[in-house]
Design a protein around this ligand. Sequence first.
Ligand code: PGA
Length: 252
Amino acid sequence: MRSKVVVGNWKLNGSLAGNEALLKALLREIPRDNPVACAVCVPSPYLAQARALLEGSGIAWGAQDLSRHDHGAYTGEVSGAMLVDLGCRYVIVGHSERRTLFGETDAIAAQKYVAARNAGLTPIYCVGETLEERERGQMQAVLARQVDALLAGYGATGLERGLVAYEPVWAIGTGKTATAAQADEAQAFIRARIGAKDAGVAERLPILYGGSVKAANAKELFAMPNVDGGLVGGASLVAEEFVGIWRAAGSR
Ligand code: PGA
């Protein structure tokens, strides 16, 4: 059985004081030893704060992006090795906001995935179709293209210690969650696509769902056979919500 993972994506939100209150509230509820992995992906300037507060706890931390380059003249970039230096376990790669707002292509996202793996991080590779693509009947074609970019970059074995997150763009930050059946259908497709290359890797790979996950809908989503946890945006900023989502992952 695959392990469950619940990851918060804080996006461009936070302050030293607010983060401290939020993380301390999470620490009160999430024990050190638990079967459902829990992590927060915070803005990079707050990684040292996350480490100071979370080290030795049951909550891991990570970043929301990384450079595809290791070092050199790349102003503004943050490398995988730097994230490892700050104790990160996870890094989100290819989030749809990076793809649509910052021009990240499938090829760039795949390169970032490889950079993260090479640095020893666990990348969370995000895929998902827009509403227009879904309505045109292109969901599977889009997911196939995004997954294939990754398989081309590293092969199926590259997914051995990574995670995939299915995040339909129309569900992100909109309050419009995919139904449990829609999430499972897309995630079964992703798993089968990877399984065609390596059935064992596909079977072991945790695939998270993201897009307006809340405490109220998490249990139903996480009960689906291909939904192995969640990547949570807005609701990860509210301790009670995020803890509720994390708890829902332990109740299958
Ligand atoms: P949301 O964001 O939970 O606010 O919809 C999810 C994400 O973008 O990862």
